[in-house]
Write a protein that binds this ligand. Sequence first.
Ligand code: M6R
Length: 601
Amino acid sequence: MCGIVAYHGPSPALPSLLSGLSRLEYRGYDSVGLALSTAGGERLTIHRAAGRLAALLEVLPDDGTDCSIGIGHTRWATHGAPTESNAHPHLDCAGAVAVVHNGTIDNAVELRAQLAATGHTVVTDVDTEIVAHLIEDQLIRRAGRDLAQLAAAVAAAVGQLQGSWALAVTAVGVPGVVLARHRSPLLVAETSDALLASSDTLGFSGEIVAVREVRDGEIVTLGPDRELSWYDRHGRYIGLPAPLDVHVEHTGTDLQGAPDYTSKEINDQPAAARRLIDRLIGSVPDGTLPAALGVPVPAAVRLVACGSSAYAAQVTAHVLATACGVPARVVTASEHTTDLDDAGTLTVAFSQSGETADVLAARDTWRGPWLAITNNPHSSLARSCDAVLDLGCGPELGVAATKSFTAQVIAGSVFALSVGAARATVDPDQLQQWVDILIGLPDRLAASEALARPVAARLATELADRPGWIYVSRGAGVPYAYEGALKLKELAYRWVEALPAGELKHGPIALVQAGTPVVLIQAQPAARLAVNACELASRGAQIITVGGTNAVLPAVLPSIEPPWGPLEATVALQHLAREMASALGHDVDRPRNLAKSVTVE
Ligand code: M6R
């Protein structure tokens, strides 16, 4: 994962780097660091801290103000513990080459051994340090030290790497920054007087006039006087790529009185759902959404995603298969295989960030038309797919997916129903009933929010010390059991078993003892679920029913279950997890070991 930023301009680099890193912390927050350099590269200083940006601010000296060149990094640890010494930037033996890196170097062990054999002293456990030493090796072979020499050295060094990288490099004696990319996102932006680089547009500050994407294999230099040079994988100078059609604006990042972003984003759901439904619902009865997006009406659909997004994909597959007569299968992106390359099938990728490496790897593997359902229409995934369905639910800064999950379920269900209408596989009256249920969804989400929040707070106080939980449902409710359980794991750090209720008796019910909390999400067939509740209660489980106004944890469900199931229960489950995290004193927005955007495979 990790986020990288770079600045080269006439002003001090520090404010731009800090501002960018503060917005890139969603990519990782194990450690943070900067390299600052004077305009001619005469003086290079490194500042690093374990933990979040606030920790770096405490150790930053005041001497960075004359440095107009800088690179910065916020880390999600892969190789080596999240310590200050393992924080980026990483340095060569002489401390003269500084490197920040997003990605992983797969052949780091072999390269480390080679470097040691040729006299390099590699001092950290981090794969990135290898890159600094490889660049050092290349620079030693070259006469002189300028930006072109550093670019050539970086190109030669990355030629020895296997894995993925977005790199920003600066060095003593070099008036600028060199960038390189392979399978990790990297963008360059221009303001009227400076050049910037970032893992994504959130890392940019100031009035941005153009954003360009560094493509795999390319090397880019950020030189003095806004001199931007672009080289292909063979080191040949090429013209600048066309600017991307993006507008950089950092809105929606105000807490608006909420105690944390997760709370704010749970509350955002009714409004976000309303906007999305208003935008899309007209294309359901006449089946025009696939054509409006620019994808064929599919005969079969493959859905690919990770984590919460995969549970939204499961809901969508259920709608396609059970209500619309369209065969659909969900593939966990990290488990995609080449034998599933069915070129005639529409692939729908669900990804809030659009930067999830496992999803992008599937994108590289499978042919055929691709639709991205994402909250980031400028992401790597969106740029690489044939069509994009923008969730438009605004920035989601809490690491736990909340409003993006709800929006994915709505977008996926609307798409599925529109496909069903286009294929005439759904009765029009039935379709209209589901449209009406969708139109009422934002109000039910708001009512569920109001009902569930105080109950969730009480339950969290009562149950905070219970170490093991079980989440169950049936049919269309099962993905919500998985999603609710994931929320509790990532926010409250509790062991949770989530499964279809019918599977309990095949083994997992052995986990149940007096007081084991079992969260039971109401869904059809309700009678079977009621029997499962009896089986659990008779073994001492504490049953927490979710959904329905008489439930232990209430949520307002429609009177008829739609094919996308009890989505409103999600709001109650989000509150439960958030309240548990608060009761346990955890950082709700930044849970341990996690990052918002998972950019390593
Ligand atoms: O950005 P994506 O939707 O592709 O991310 C996939 C998962 O990492 C993500 O959904 C994760 O499971 C959630 N943050 C959990 O709340």
